[in-house]
Design a protein around this ligand. Sequence first.
Ligand code: FPP
Length: 245
Amino acid sequence: MSEPIPAVSQGDTNPIPRHIAIVMDGNGRWAHERGLPRTEGHRAGARRVKEIARTCMDIGVSYLTIYAFSKENWKRPRAEINTIMKLTDFFYRREFRELRNEGVYFVHLGDRRGLPRSVEKVLDSIERDNTEKRNLVLSIAFNYSGRSEIVRAARLVAEEAARGAVRLQDITEEYVGRHLYTSDIPDVDLFIRTGGEMRLSNFLLWQIAYAEIWVTDTLWPDFTGEVLKRAIDDFGKRERRFGGV
Ligand code: FPP
């Protein structure tokens, strides 16, 4: 990406969050309430992403990051995993193509190793099809783990130090931040979790250091642009001190 963005927030107090991250939880419960298989909840959840991306653009949010598949999600039943994998294809062919024309720029966060070749291909083609426009940078965490991301960055930095490319005193927070998947993306301002659980679930552990947390009982497939606006409204009322007084 073109201009460098500080890896660590510099005390931003804008009432509109620059970067929103969402744990899209509650798809299974949404399906269960309707007597449907869990996979239908994920389908409904994938359809919701487009509206939320558009609301972000309307409001002036520049970065949206969503948690679509964690490394821990491999423990789920095979049929459920297959459905989530297939949804990347649906998302690319239908939803992303529309969003791209509206200026959405796609980024993948996570490990490509271990993903089926078909999913890798989809991720490659979305990245290839990105245009210069960046009304919204939409990052999809897929096969992602916050701790693994930090370990990966530590290895990259250690490798640079071992071959003398960096001095120990130059390894700062900013330097480490540049070795994360989110190297070109600013810290998270607003961390939203749907489905009511009070957990971080290994999502963007480094990047949420000073994020405001907003949890709603609304299940992800019911999370509309209106609910997002409520979250942003609440965010605007928070006093962010970044460790100060
Ligand atoms: C958590 O709900 C949701 C997931 C593990 C998957 C989220 C994936 C999508 C919404 C599909 C989007 C895909 C793309 C590529 C945009 P849960 O199943 O844990 O729900 P529960 O807590 O009610 O059981």
